[in-house]
Design a protein around this ligand. Structure first.
Ligand code: WT7
Length: 672
């Protein structure tokens, strides 16, 4: 098992405890540890009854379900299957005729600072109209639609419009390359692509439609009959007659009312591709009922969302966080949310704090990487320090995507939260659909760097390779022992991989293996205050976490190998990085021999740009090292643990007796 960061090791002796304030305990929906324990006991006593009640209370069903959980074809679990509902109706129509109807649903702030607000009623009309436009192009229930969109209200509208028709959306993050986009279009068999001419980030326009054109030209995308283009700016883009329409053209004459199509709770709502331990990304399938229940419930539980709250999740809709906590959760909960198009450092690194002040944000949810980079920026320039802004509207802070190191936690707590706001450090994954292990604002005593305890009802533990439960203080693999409503249902087109990746035979075939290492606290350092708290120690597979983004080492290796005119062989590992959590480090053997000096730098840059084209700029290695060979055993297996040590700059202390070519280690340790 690999421990990704030295920061995490320092957490092991963390003894600071921050109990919830009386005020927070008093106002919170789940109030006090006894209430939390009671919910856990309820679920323990009648697991299905517990979830059935919550599903009835939290969602609007057009046809009630009669059976809660079907385990007959495990691990392909089904939840609320004979019930029918529509996700978009639950996010929008449901609020009509209530005080939420005229409430602001989204406060949109553009890259350039322009603000636009949309109410629930207006959003419903725009979603209805967009759904009608899709329908007019033949999009229907079960069809797959790819989105390649900027962080704008139009992105949420497009997702909701697909849901309204029962069409399955798959959002591809705007930073992925044409090749990555094409692979997803082909894998899912999309009939339509929704995009924009450009996306605006940090004052610059970046093309999206041109990338879509390039992707479609790569072939295999013949099923795509429609490309809808949001004109984010006036800049013209290439339009193919008969296939491409601007939003304006597509929406012209369409009615703003469109009846939501009721679907089974088990009908797929979306597919989101994420990295795994092979070269191929996995299409994680989420279904309507269970996923939406989770999105709504965790808004209430984790963020304790109140009608007057202004919620802001900074994640892009291209990731799961942007699905659950931008496109679905806040709307299902009837909340007001901020949506931000730009980047945290433009026009300066005070942007987040200025926006919190401007829009009176009360619940703020971001990633440790962002916090760490803003710490650095505010040290360099006091003008962008959070202390220079009025952040008194904040009441809850959240963290997501990677472990938050105690230094960043304490800075966030003090300087952003004014020592008043609990930080909910939420552990979850694309596959879990929403929060799994995190503090509750009115319940949990916080310990920096710990995601604390599972949400009520979840049966989570830490086991060894044989499936034996580990005692507190001993690390192991994080597993979920019972199915939960928002779990991944399968991998698109690959049920076998679903079983192999998440429900290994060695653990009995019914236990969900998260792919993370974890340890529960003995409570020794805190007088028992955090006994049993979970701490995530990082991935146990070949997946890296770079700035909270998941990257498969094999994906990057395949991309490098595909540069076959240059590359003979490549191995990719992660190493700890103060800013990005982990950094990508590639060891490369070239066909033309080992380059040195300027030539090595030139080739390294060529390879980086190649990877940006194959996958996307987020996959560019920070470090590239060249060798005459890679460290291999006599049987030819690459010794990755040695590469990890070299990447870290550690002396090699491991046993290298099985290594065929020990002299290679010194060569690979040389930086460019
Ligand atoms: C992986 C999932 C969670 C949604 C966004 C990322 C890591 C996530 C935490 C946390 C420690 C975390 C895990 C997990 N991770 N949140 N609070 N503490 N690690 O979703 O791209 O599917 O990545 O992110 O390693 O397995 P994802």
């Amino acid at each position: 098992m690999s421990v990704p960061s030295s920061a995490i090791e320092s957490v092991l002796i963390e003894n600071r405890v921050f109990p919830p304030s009386d005020a927070m305990v008093k106002c919170a929906r789940i109030s006090g540890m006894a209430a939390y324990n009671a919910l856990c006991a309820q679920a323990g006593g009648d697991y299905e009854g517990f979830w059935a009640t919550l599903a009835r209370e939290n969602l609007a069903w057009s046809k009630p379900f009669t059976k809660t959980l079907d385990e007959s074809n495990a691990p392909f679990y089904k939840w609320f299957e004979d019930g029918e509902l529509n996700a978009s109706a639950n996010c929008l129509d449901r609020h009509m005729g209530t005080p939420v109807e005229n409430k602001t649903a989204i406060i949109f702030e553009a890259d350039d600072g322009a603000v636009a607000k949309v109410t629930y009623k207006e959003l419903l009309a725009r979603v209805g109209q967009f759904a009608n436009a899709l329908k007019a192009r033949g999009v229907k229930k079960g069809d797959r639609v790819i989105l390649y969109m900027p962080m704008t209200v139009e992105g949420v509208i497009a997702m909701q419009a697909c849901a309204r028709l029962g069409a399955i959306h798959s959002v591809v993050f705007g930073g992925f390359s044409a090749k990555a986009l094409q692979e997803r279009i082909v894998n899912i068999g999309a009939v339509a692509v929704i995009t924009a001419n450009v996306q605006m980030r940090g004052g610059r326009a970046m093309p999206l439609k041109a990338v879509v054109d390039e992707a479609l030209a790569l072939g295999g995308c013949e099923a795509v009959k429609t490309v809808l283009v949001y004109q984010r700016t006036k800049d013209a883009c290439n339009m193919v007659a008969g296939r491409d329409l601007t939003f304006e053209q597509a929406l012209a004459g369409q009615s703003t009312t469109c009846a939501p199509v009721p679907v089974s709770a088990e009908h797929p709502l979306f597919v989101l591709y994420t990295s795994g331990s092979t070269g191929q990304p996995k299409g994680v399938v989420h279904c309507t009922g269970g996923y939406l229940l989770w999105a709504k419930l965790t808004m209430d539980w984790t963020f304790d969302l109140k009608p007057e709250d202004v919620f802001w999740c900074t994640a892009d809709i291209g990731w799961i966080t942007g699905h659950t906590y931008v496109a679905y959760g806040p709307l299902a909960a009837g909340g007001t949310q901020i949506m931000f198009e730009g980047v945290p450092t433009y026009p300066d690194a005070g942007r987040f704090w200025q926006m919190i002040e401007r829009h009176k944000c009360s619940v703020f949810y971001t990633a440790p990487t962002a916090v760490r980079s803003l710490i650095k920026a505010s040290e360099a320039d006091p003008k962008v320090h959070p202390k220079r802004f009025d952040l008194s509207s904040l009441r809850i802070l959240g963290s997501v995507g990677e472990p938050i190191n105690p230094e960043a936690w304490v800075w966030y707590y003090k300087n952003v939260g004014g020592e008043r706001c609990p930080i909910v450090d939420t552990w979850w994954q694309t596959e879990t659909g929403g929060h799994m292990i995190n503090p509750l604002p009115g319940v949990t005593a916080l310990v920096p760097g710990s995601c604390t305890l599972p949400l009520p009802g979840l049966m989570i533990s830490i086991v060894d390779e044989m499936g034996h439960e580990m005692p507190n203080g001993s690390g192991g693999m994080l597993v979920i022992k019972r199915p939960w409503p928002s779990m991944v249902r399968t991998i698109w087109n690959d049920p076998e991989r679903f079983k192999k990746s998440y429900f290994p035979e060695e653990l009995g075939g019914k236990t969900y293996l998260a792919g993370d290492g974890a340890v529960r606290s003995t409570g020794e350092a805190t007088n028992g205050a955090d006994r049993g708290y979970f701490r995530i120690t990082g991935r146990i597979d070949d997946v890296l976490n770079v700035s909270g983004h998941r990257m498969g080492t094999m994906e990057i290796e395949s991309a490098l190998a595909a540069k076959s005119d240059l590359v003979a062989e490549a191995a990719v590992v992660g190493r700890p990085d103060d800013l990005t959590g982990e950094a990508i480090c590639a060891f490369v053997v070239l066909k033309g021999g080992r380059p040195t000096g300027d030539e090595a730098v030139r080739i390294a840059n060529e390879l980086r740009n190649w990877i940006a084209k194959e996958i996307g700029p987020i996959a560019k290695p920070k470090d590239i090292r060249f060798g005459d060979n890679l460290p291999k055993t006599r049987s030819g297996k690459i010794m990755r643990r040695l590469l990890r040590s070299i990447a870290k700059g550690e002396p090699i202390t491991q046993d290298v007796s099985t290594l065929e070519n020990p002299q290679i280690l010194k060569q690979l340790a040389e930086k460019l």
